[in-house]
Ligand binder design. Structure first.
Ligand code: FAD
Length: 503
């Protein structure tokens, strides 16, 4: 561990915030408005800066009823565990709820352009689910972050792009008193020690882009994510070095997404057409325009394809201990001419094919067919051969699916009857899918004051965390908008408590 004797200070401020996504921006604005001097570090260059926050849909949660929201979060926290051992302690959940209930008003007061989206929680059958309000920043995450960047700029907050935090610096009592950074501005990178007289706040996101951490910590491998290009788990490792406990490391907010060998990120697929992977179909008018199924690598269906957008990836984690493989990794999105011709197969509202335009998906899907991202077969036999999949399985699966469609009833997985469109118009197509999607949730454990805790539950003086770096969510994610809600809530909590630290 680096301690005071080993280093000299190059400069001093009151609060150092590491990472310029939504949580970092909110923490910086809050600390500045409470009269603290702030340095905000971002390792990416300004010109190409892309975060989970800016690539997001821009949906965030607010809450209409604190008591009901507490019931919901309490129920959620016990799934896969039990009351004595919730995924997240009651005090930290309470802090999230108290501040999240203010999110809508906070953004509105700041002048943000938001619109009410829905009340649909990820698990509507759990008690209190109706207390969640999903709001959307108009123009998606990119516009939301532009709005935040403007606020930061208007305050003249000292933002340093291309400066990567490397290690936390402590005094000989273990208090975090600064950060060692690699300053990549100018011609050569140089190491600089920045003293933080009050606190350091970690806003470095998760570990979506660290293969080593994903292998060690997640329930299934490989997993791919559609954002977080700078999120290589740096904040988690830095916190570990100064004694942080970790939590939620095997938890994710994820579904199934495409990953192509010659493109670095996961891509969200618009499975049935209509712009979004999970459609809410209630009336005959909303019937899916095209059919699709998801099969494992042997051509077998294994779940209802009405994917839970932040949970479905857990379905891929089954490991075959005889064959020594994950039979559902990869899985395949199987569709026919109807879906191919319906419109872009990628989601255009977020992720690399969204407004950030890291990849411009073609309107007619033909460019991606030519690249081999979409696999084609004139017949089911040809598709199975091209996928290296047992023909008998795939043919049986499609045949059974078509019979379910004819009967208007999916007797295997009870899929919404409005999605029962047969696969009978050749050619047939497939896209390779992997577990993945939005983001990891694990990182340093924090309390309701956003203080990072050691394995004995004691706070590490001078160290705070916000956002996805040690998210408060455990196995189950409450609803679309949970993470951005957490960035706003815990960005504020961390900054409010950090400025109270004695200089
Ligand atoms: C495609 C997609 C859509 C999503 N849509 C939504 C949505 O609509 N609603 C929702 O609630 N959630 C959504 N999410 C999840 C949500 O966007 C993220 O969880 C959230 O934005 C994380 O914010 P953050 O501030 O914690 O981290 P990020 O926004 O990821 O920012 C972290 C920053 O830290 C920087 N950094 C990392 N290490 C260092 C270092 N050592 N030194 C300096 N800087 C460093 C990174 O470069 C990055 O800029 C989505 C995610 C994806 C991928």
């Amino acid at each position: 561990m680096l301690t005071e004797e080993n280093y000299r200070w190059d400069e001093t401020t009151e609060i150092v915030i590491i990472g310029y996504g939504l949580s970092g921006a909110v923490a910086a604005i809050t600390a500045h408005d409470l009269n603290a001097r702030v340095i905000l570090l971002e390792k990416q260059p300004a010109e190409t800066h892309c975060t989970c926050s800016s690539i997001a849909m821009g949906v965030f949660l607010s809450l209409s009823d604190i008591k009901r929201a507490t019931e919901y979060m309490t129920a959620l926290n016990q799934v896969g565990s039990y009351p004595e051992l919730p995924w997240t302690d009651a005090e930290t959940v309470k802090a999230w709820i108290t501040y999240t209930a203010q999110n809508k008003d906070w953004i509105t007061r700041m002048g943000g352009n938001i619109k009410f989206l829905s009340n649909v929680a990820e698990f509507p059958h759990l008690p209190g689910a109706d207390s969640l309000e999903l709001w959307k920043y108009q123009g998606n995450g990119l516009r939301m972050m532009k709005f935040m960047y403007d606020h930061v700029a208007a305050r003249n907050i000292d933002v340093r792009y291309q400066v990567s935090a490397m290690r936390l610096l402590t005094d000989n009592t273990g208090r975090v008193i600064g950060v060692k950074v690699a300053d990549g501005r100018g011609n050569a990178s140089r190491e600089v020690n920045i003293r933080a007289t009050r606190a350091v706040i970690l806003c470095t996101g998760g570990f979506e882009e660290s293969e080593a951490m994903k292998l060690q910590y997640l329930r299934v491998y490989p997993m791919y994510f559609a954002g977080g290009t700078g999120n290589t788990g740096d904040g988690i490792r830095m916190a570990q070095e100064v004694g942080a406990d970790l939590w939620h490391m095997n938890c994710v907010s994820a579904r199934l997404c495409a990953k192509f060998p010659d493109f670095p990120m996961g891509v969200f697929i618009d499975f049935s057409g209509g712009g979004w992977s999970q459609r809410s179909m209630k009336t005959e008018k909303e019937k899916a325009p095209a059919g699709f199924i998801i099969v494992d690598r042997y051509g077998r269906r294994y779940m209802t394809e009405e994917l839970k957008p932040h949970t479905a990836s857990y379905e891929c984690g089954w490991f075959d201990s005889y064959k020594l493989e994950y039979p559902r990794v990869p899985s395949y999105h199987i569709f026919d001419r109807r879906r191919m011709e319906y419109g872009p197969l990628a989601q255009l509202s977020s992720g690399p094919t969204g407004p950030h335009l890291l990849y411009k998906w073609s309107r007619d899907n033909v460019a991606e067919l030519r690249k081999g991202w979409i696999v084609k077969g004139e017949t089911i036999a040809e598709l199975a051969a091209n996928l290296n999949m047992p023909l008998e399985n795939l043919a049986n699966t499609i045949d059974t699916w078509n019979r379910h469609c004819q009967a208007s009833s999916d007797s295997e997985f009870a899929r919404n009857s409005l999605e029962l469109v047969p696969l009978d118009e050749p050619p047939f197509y497939a896209i390779r899918l992997f577990p993945g999607g939005s983001n990891t949730l694990g990182g340093p454990r924090r309390n309701g004051r956003a203080q990072v805790l050691n394995p004995f539950g004691e706070s590490i003086p001078g160290l705070y965390a916000a956002g996805e770096c040690g998210s408060v969510f455990g196995m189950l994610y409450p609803a679309g908008g949970g993470n951005l809600a957490e960035c706003i809530a815990f960005g504020r909590i961390a900054a409010e408590n950090a400025v109270r630290e004695k200089a």
